[in-house]
Design a protein around this ligand. Structure first.
Ligand SMILES: Cc1cc2nc3c(=O)[nH]c(=O)nc-3n(C[C@H](O)[C@H](O)[C@H](O)COP(=O)(O)O)c2cc1C
Length: 211
């Protein structure tokens, strides 16, 4: 009897450990266009939320939010958010408790970049424990550098504004909280993600259910 109980306990522990493990990639679902509110209602509901929790976001909502940010919406490869001169220099990284993922917009997939909990380098307070934190990172080799060392090109700050608002609206549509935020650690981000110094964080955004 004792042996059976120990076996069950070991299996449960193994299952819990496996459930924590970050998958190598997360194939996102095609966006759903016929659920939720009207655009005008989503604009009415858009706000910056507080009190984020770790409650899991269903895959369809997660897929919609990511697609709304920077997904492909036309056969020629252009995206839901515009970029000056169509440079498409903004990369999206999503930080979860289990790992950090890069959004491959061509395959609509989140690809694991680094296993582990690095949410603390994305921002302060509840950014550190929210279900997901997004960083919008500009590839300055596509735009030229900013005015000061460490800054992205001005056009990237404009471009990310569109991305962030799309996230706000997709979250409002799904009844999920969101907050644009500063407070990331640029140096730790490039080190953690093994990015070149030419990749500059422009903005962070917390996404998750709230208390
Ligand atoms: C560029 C930008 C940076 C922001 N940075 C932070 C931040 O670091 N921390 C925070 O709590 N909220 C941040 N916010 C959210 C603002 O505080 C929020 O948008 C503002 O209070 C207006 O509230 P609303 O979004 O609900 O209209 C930021 C918003 C923007 C657009």
């Amino acid at each position: 009897m004792k042996k059976v109980l120990l076996t069950i306990l070991a299996a449960a522990l193994c299952f819990a450990a496996c459930a924590q493990k970050a998958p190598k990639s997360i194939k996102l679902l095609e966006p759903s266009f016929d659920e939720g509110m009207t655009l005008m209602q989503a604009l009415k509901e858009r706000k910056s939320s507080s009190g984020f929790t770790e409650k899991e976001i269903p895959l369809q909502d997660l897929s919609n939010i990511i697609w709304a940010s920077l997904g492909v919406n036309r056969p020629d490869g252009r995206r839901t958010s515009p970029t000056g001169s169509n440079r498409q220099e903004i990369e999206l990284y999503a930080f979860f408790r289990t790992g950090v993922y890069w959004y491959n917009y061509k395959t609509h997939t989140l690809e694991l970049v680094k296993e582990g909990d690095y949410r603390s380098i994305t921002g302060r307070k509840d950014a550190q424990t929210a279900y997901m934190n997004l960083l919008f990172i500009a590839d300055t080799t596509k735009t030229g550098p900013g005015n000061k060392p460490g800054d992205a090109n001005t056009v990237s700050y404009v471009n990310v504004g569109y991305v962030s608002q799309n996230v706000y609206l997709a979250c409002a549509n799904a009844g999920i909280g969101s907050r644009a935020r500063g407070g990331w650690d640029q140096q730790k981000v490039v080190e953690t993600l093994s990015l070149p110094e030419t990749m500059i964080v422009v903005l962070g955004q917390t996404v998750g259910y709230c208390e």
